[in-house]
Write a protein that binds this ligand. Structure first.
Ligand code: ADP
Ligand code: F6P
Length: 479
């Protein structure tokens, strides 16, 4: 999604907000290209989910601008007041690239890549978390609700409680929370759990993550079981699962817009009017299983289940965390693999795989969802995966098929998808064959049920249920 945002003076609403959202990134980031710099919508599920929810509320969003140091940023984005937290170049290396994405991200995603444990990174994590806690404390009005998001900021709840005992604190983790066996590798495991226990409500995508956290809290701290959560330090900390979702009504509106429908037809035409178009849309991340998917598609071309001209795959890979060596390696490997498959199976004018390494505007993304007969969502591990929910919501005529990894949080809700183990290459191939051959009546009935699931649990219901649970925190302070 790309939006340009007008640069306005820094906002001055600190200290009066009733609702403060705190996340590593602001919903806009400053991107530099050859022609200068522009503010664009930040990529990823967190921003996609929170923006519509906050748009209708009188809140403040505290986060980082995407550039080092103090940056003059837009005062608002889609009517939401923005409050930037400065992060230096060195802190970005240690806090963001280092501890957040080199330690926590791989550890929380089944250690798909080996997490690194660097003491310098941890120090930066503590320092920067404290800065976010101070910024949230400065923005919040008396008795405000502060909603802290994601793995970058797990110490903020406890730090904020120290600064502002009057505010209600919610924390939501967008990514998986690992099982004990993995989490206990972390040298700072107790500090992270205690940081989270500073919240009144700690929310996760799925119940398994919530129970991993509760078990670890009981093991590593003096927290004990309480109804709906834990008691710790004389307080009740509620713990629960709140599966995140999308703005389904808005997406349906885009998907039925005549210009978007025409663009979908145009895309199919540009692709040579194939019988079947397969689509993948992901941030370019090693957790997303893009390589396994491309490998499976390559083998299906080799076996002539897929035939160039009749079948085509489109893979959109949104650039992400490009300063990290794992991500650079993932990009190199993927591009080599796509090149190999295309080298072997493309014909002049008919590539087997169209690969785009860039972000696309939202309407173009919706047109791609509408054009695709089969959506491939095969992460090795994913907190939720909003792309899966977006695809089924866009299919207003109930056609199309979703191949979905068992290891995405979305698989708990989207049971009518073709579920697959993303590590099992033959399994992915079988799922693609099944998706292509699905009898139209079966495909429609699956898609109708998938669509109903998302419509009945959209992002507004998610935010409402989290914020309602947060308001209902136990008022009783234990002796
Ligand atoms: P993650 O948060 O790990 O990136 P999700 O699937 O949960 O994964 O969320 C991705 C979000 O980013 C979706 O809302 C999707 O619409 C958006 N998105 C993905 N690819 C693109 C793209 N190429 N251009 C614009 N937005 C994209
Ligand atoms: O959902 C995982 C997540 O880290 C979100 O916090 C964010 O929306 C997205 O991935 C993008 O990551 P980054 O902020 O590192 O570019």
């Amino acid at each position: 999604m790309e939006h340009e945002v007008r640069a306005e003076p820094v906002n001055t609403v600190a200290g009066s907000a009733g609702l403060v959202v705190v996340s590593n990134r602001l919903p806009v980031r400053l991107e530099e290209d050859g022609t200068g710099s522009r503010w664009r919508t930040s990529p990823g599920g967190l921003v996609a989910a929170l923006t519509p929810v906050l748009r209708g509320r009188d809140g403040v969003w505290v986060g980082w601008s995407g550039q080092p140091g103090h940056v003059r940023h837009p005062a608002t984005h889609e009517g939401i007041a923005l409050h930037a937290v400065p992060i230096s170049d060195e802190e970005l290396d240690d806090f963001y690239v280092g501890f957040s994405n080199g330690t926590l991200w791989p550890l929380y995603h089944d250690a798909i890549r080996s997490p690194s444990f660097e003491r310098r990174w941890w120090q930066a994590y503590v320092t920067v978390n404290h800065r976010y806690a101070e910024a949230a404390a400065a923005a919040a009005g008396h008795g405000a609700t502060v909603w802290v998001h994601d793995y970058h900021l797990q110490l903020v709840p406890m730090m904020l409680r120290g600064l502002r005992p009057d505010v209600r604190i919610g924390f939501f983790l967008h990514i998986p929370f690992p099982p004990q066996e993995l989490f206990v590798q972390l040298p700072w495991r107790r500090e992270i759990i205690e940081g989270l226990l500073g919240a009144d409500l700690v929310g996760f995508q799925v119940p398994g993550a919530a129970s991993n956290f509760s078990r670890l809290a009981r093991r590593l701290t003096d927290a004990g079981s309480a109804e709906d959560g834990l008691h710790h330090d004389g307080r009740i900390v509620r713990v629960g699962a709140f599966p995140i979702s999308i703005d389904a009504a808005e997406l349906e509106a885009r998907a039925t817009d005549p210009a978007v429908l025409a663009r979908a037809q145009g895309l199919r035409h540009d692709l040579g009017d194939p019988q079947v178009m397969l689509l993948g849309v992901d941030r370019l991340d090693y957790t997303k299983g893009i390589e396994q998917r491309v490998r499976a598609v390559g083998e299906l071309f080799e076996e002539e289940t897929l035939r160039t001209g009749e079948h085509v795959m489109v893979q959109i890979a949104v650039p992400s965390r490009e300063d990290d060596a794992h991500y650079q390696a993932e990009r190199d490997d993927l591009e080599r693999l796509v090149g190999e498959v295309n080298g072997r199976f493309s014909t002049v004018g008919h590539p087997a795989i169209h690969y785009l390494h860039r972000s696309v505007p939202f309407d173009e993304l919706v047109a791609l969802y509408l054009a695709a007969d089969v959506m491939l969502v095969t992460p090795l591990r994913d907190g939720m995966n909003l792309v899966a929910k977006e695809y089924v919501t866009a299919r207003t005529d109930a056609t199309g098929a979703l191949v979905l990894s068992e290891f995405a949080g979305a698989a708990r809700e989207l049971r009518q998808a073709i579920l697959v183990n993303p590590h099992d290459l033959d399994g992915i191939k079988g799922a693609i064959r099944l998706a292509i051959e699905l009898e139209p009546g079966d495909a429609r009935s699956r898609m109708r049920r998938l669509r109903r699931v998302v419509r009945n649990a959209d992002v507004y219901a998610w935010a409402q249920s989290f914020l309602t649970a947060l308001q209902q925190r136990a008022e009783i302070v234990l002796p």
